[in-house]
Design a protein around this ligand. Structure first.
Ligand code: GUN
Length: 278
């Protein structure tokens, strides 16, 4: 019998504790979210972040800009938020339009307000094995989920599929910092299935159906970070859930697995930064 790694249940437990903590804070956290353009998925994500924050007692401000905003205007807004003492966390929703250099944008966020943990200061700390102000949200959420189900990481063979700055690279580093043996696979990887068959834990963050049961060894632990709509318009993940769940010891579903943990981590990070800023 496979165990479902229930991200919604853990998120709700985290929110219950977090709400009590926020209620007691004399200075409330304030999360500023910048949204550029009208990507429908980004709009939904930002709306959910705002609603979730407000339900927990976190102040939330959303600054929306048209896709033709200049890079300079965007950088000036970030600098203004950096200098505003009432703002304790800043998130620039990605992706950004092509004419904007996302690295410049991320580099401009003050590290102590960088709720995604993506600035060179915070990612540099992470990659040096030091403690950043906060850890990136999705990787942090994945580790909280593994820990909740008492899944040991030390000494495990972990295969990560995907090498993005948001998920693949930081989760690989965070696992390495916890003494896993980590292999990172990506679009140029040859013989993917040969590598994934060595995994005790597999983490897939690609955004297309890529992981089937024939690629895995029995009783492995499967974390599905992908979320997209399939050809029938149904929300789907990277993993063939029905078949993989027959052989995996643990599996995270889509929806209801990593997604809720990402937002839980964002709220945890917002409160952690608020305490640091105040
Ligand atoms: N777009 C998709 N996921 C994320 C995320 O975790 N942070 C930001 N800033 N943008 C995203």
């Amino acid at each position: 019998m496979t165990t479902i790694l229930d991200g919604k249940k853990l998120r709700d437990k985290i929110f219950e504790q977090l709400k009590q903590k926020i209620d007691k804070l004399s200075k409330k956290p304030t999360l500023a979210v910048i949204l550029v353009g009208d990507d429908p998925a980004s709009k939904i994500y930002v709306k959910n972040k705002k609603r979730t924050a407000e339900n927990l007692g976190i102040n939330s401000l959303v600054f929306e800009y048209p896709s033709h905003i200049t890079q300079e205007e965007l950088l000036n807004k970030i600098k203004e938020l950096n200098n505003d003492k009432t703002i304790t966390a800043i998130l620039v929703q990605l992706p950004l339009p092509d004419h904007i250099d996302k690295y410049k944008v991320i580099d401009t966020i003050s590290p102590i307000k960088d709720v995604d943990g993506l600035t060179p200061f915070n990612s540099g700390k992470l990659f040096a094995g030091e403690k950043p102000y906060v850890y990136p949200c999705t990787p942090k959420g994945i580790l909280l989920l593994l820990d909740e189900y008492n899944i040991k990481i030390d000494g495990k063979n972990v295969v990560v599929i995907g090498r993005s700055n948001l998920v693949g690279k930081p989760i690989a580093q965070m696992l390495l910092n916890r003494n896993a043996t980590v292999t990172v696979c990506h679009s140029h990887t040859k013989n993917l299935a040969e590598i994934t068959k060595t995994a005790d834990i597999i983490i897939s963050a690609v955004g297309k159906k890529i992981v089937g049961e024939k690629m895995l060894k029995s009783n492995c632990i499967v974390i599905d970070v992908g979320i997209f709509r399939d050809d029938n318009g149904k929300i789907s993940g990277d993993v063939d859930f029905d078949n993989v769940s027959k052989i995996a010891s643990h599996i995270s579903p889509v929806p209801g697995g990593v997604g809720p943990m990402t937002i839980a981590s964002l709220m945890l990070n917002t409160v952690e930064l608020s305490e640091l800023n105040h």
